[in-house]
Design a binder for this molecule. Structure first.
Ligand code: MF3
Ligand code: CO
Ligand code: CO
Length: 258
């Protein structure tokens, strides 16, 4: 069953998503060469608390951290620990918070200090793929239209989309129907309707699409060791243009798609 949000739901979900967005921005600003991923996660925990929210991840299926911090060939669900972030690393931060009973879910990948031209291109293509997907999130379209927009853009740029992890509906719970794959899956072809709130989240590998889970039971890495990037927004389907709930700014014109 797909939950359609009412204006009343949105009165709480908009602030929840705004908090997630603000927290992610603070985490990103904290990242610099020399900090450990544990320090990043502890900082995130403090920021989430200061906003009067709590982590949507901590304890979810026994997940042990407040955020997901995935470095270089790590795709998603990276666990915070002793790892020191180095100049040239790329780090994906996924932040989900619960606030006023609703969840906001958003992620982005950034370079630590700076990175290679190819790593920057991977991040740019993944971010643009997210906006291509969002641009297809129109009422009357189907989930497959979002999936196709993302997959087509990524593959045209020589990268690949992860199959095993997908976007999702989000609201009072983190993973609601429908699933929103980053590749065309004919089984996921639900009609998009106003009131649906979707976490659209391309995970893009520089090399092959296959991934594996490390022995820690969480960290997802590329099988071929290639770099991976991840961008995510929580988006509301409206009667018109999609509303990016985890974006307090307007869509940057650089990223706007026609
Ligand atoms: N935030 C992830 C997503 O975007 C899910 C994290 S699951 C957790 O869907 F267990 F790691 F928290
Ligand atoms: Co997320
Ligand atoms: Co998500």
């Amino acid at each position: 069953m797909i939950v359609l949000k009412t204006e009343r739901d949105l009165e709480a979900m908009r602030p929840a998503c705004a908090v997630a967005s603000a927290v992610l921005a603070e985490i990103i600003a904290f990242i610099q060469p020399g900090v450990t991923t544990r320090e990043v996660d502890e900082f995130a925990a403090a920021v989430i608390k200061r906003h009067g929210a709590r982590s949507a991840f901590l304890g979810y299926r026994n997940y042990p951290c407040h955020t997901c911090i995935s470095v270089n060939d790590e795709v998603v669900h990276g666990l915070a620990g002793d790892r020191v972030l180095r100049f040239g690393d790329i780090v994906s931060v996924d932040c989900g918070v619960i606030y006023r009973g609703y969840i906001g879910d958003t992620a982005r990948t950034v370079a630590v200090g700076g990175c290679s031209v190819e790593a920057q291109r991977l991040m740019d293509v993944t971010e643009q793929a997210l906006y291509e997907g969002i641009a297809a999130a129109l009422p009357g379209n189907r989930v497959t239209d979002i999936s196709r927009a993302i997959q087509t853009y990524v593959e045209a740029n020589g990268f690949s989309v992860v199959r095993e992890f997908v976007g999702h509906g989000v609201g009072r719970t983190m993973h609601e129907e429908p699933q929103v794959p980053n590749f065309v899956d004919p089984k996921c072809n639900q009609r998009l309707r106003p009131g649906m709130t979707l976490a659209i989240e391309p995970m893009v590998n520089a090399g092959r699409p296959e991934v594996k889970v490390l022995k820690d039971g969480w960290t997802v890495v590329t099988q071929d060791g290639s770099l991976s990037a991840h961008f995510e927004h929580t988006v509301l389907i409206t009667e018109g243009e999609p509303e990016i709930l985890t974006c307090t700014e307007r869509m940057p014109s650089r990223l706007k798609v026609s």
